[in-house]
Design a protein around this ligand. Structure first.
Ligand code: C5P
Length: 289
């Protein structure tokens, strides 16, 4: 059996409304999730026992390659659910910033599940896999799906997104980790109605117009905790042809939306010229295969 390699693409919340709160403290969301063509990779190779190596440019910001890493949790949970031994050597190559609102850990967990399903040749039922993913984190089911998705509940209710036009993204992160619970806790204001995107926008400009009618309800709270987010949004808004600048998830990563690839490359270069120490990448918005 050859090693199995799976991409863990960055998850981007094009909008995120907080619509309520469950008695257990989790928040109910209405979000449109897409994936950008930049991400971590997970490679699973046959081996007796379970081990994890982490490499890649943002690996140093992950402080534990130990038992509580979400990749190992995913591997052990899948093995237990499928009644097999957790035998694999996993290599996680980190390129995404950590605790960044673009689902790095969730995407890694989802990619681990995919890689090990192939390596161990197991076939958990769709509902079993969904529940397992959800037990690892609210964003893991959407990352497992890996295509543009309308997300509701805490992340467990997923529906197909309408067809989205070709679009390009610039992702900007000030390399300051932000804790998701801290952002939800700092959020003020009431709950907003859901406003799911149901019609297919004709082009990137129309997608941006639809997104402008919506927002990221965690942005103000995240900006109060990390003021650099405001700078990231200003920098994106000052780039040529930026159709919309917004924060993803609970931050601190912000994205700019563009209609063409050239503009994203210019924008990323311009932002890195201003903030050479920040993480900034241009990437296509991925469409379903
Ligand atoms: O599920 P995950 O581990 O990603 O969530 C981390 C924390 O973020 C939760 O414990 C909760 O405090 C908060 N959260 C929330 N509502 C969500 C997702 C996360 O309140 N829909």
């Amino acid at each position: 059996m050859h090693p199995i390699r799976v991409d863990a693409w960055a998850k981007v919340n094009l909008f995120l409304h907080v619509t309520g709160k469950r008695p257990d403290g989790y928040h109910l969301l209405d979000s449109l999730v897409v994936f950008a063509g930049i991400g971590d990779t997970v490679e699973a190779a046959p081996q007796q026992g379970l081990s994890l190596t982490i490499d890649g440019p943002t690996a140093p910001s992950l402080d534990d390659a130990e038992g509580d890493n979400i990749v190992l949790k995913a591997a052990r949970a899948l093995a237990a659910r499928c009644g097999v031994e957790a035998n694999a050597h996993i290599t996680l190559t980190k390129r995404l910033p950590v605790a960044a609102g673009i689902g790095g850990g969730s995407a890694d967990a989802a990619a681990t599940l995919r890689a090990l399903i192939a390596l161990w040749q197991v076939s958990p039922a769709a509902d079993t896999l969904h529940q397992l993913a959800l037990s690892l984190g609210a964003d893991v089911p959407v990352c497992l799906r890996g295509v543009p998705t309308r997300m509701f509940g805490i992340g467990e209710r997923l529906e197909a997104a309408p067809a989205l036009p070709p679009a390009w993204l610039v992702l900007v992160n000030p390399r300051i980790g932000l804790s998701t619970p801290a952002v939800f806790k700092a959020r003020q204001g009431c709950f907003r109605d859901a406003l799911p995107l149901t019609a297919a926008p004709a082009d990137a400009a129309q997608l941006a117009a639809e997104l402008r009618r919506r927002d990221n309800d965690l942005s103000a709270a995240a900006q109060s905790l990390v003021p650099e987010i405001t700078q990231a949004l200003d920098l994106l808004n000052n780039t040529r042809n930026c159709l919309l600048a917004r924060m993803s998830g609970s931050g601190a990563t912000c994205f700019g939306l563009y209609a063409d690839q050239n503009s994203t490359e210019h924008a990323a270069a311009q932002i890195l010229a201003h903030r050479p120490a920040w993480w900034c990448h241009a990437a296509p918005m991925l469409s379903p295969p």
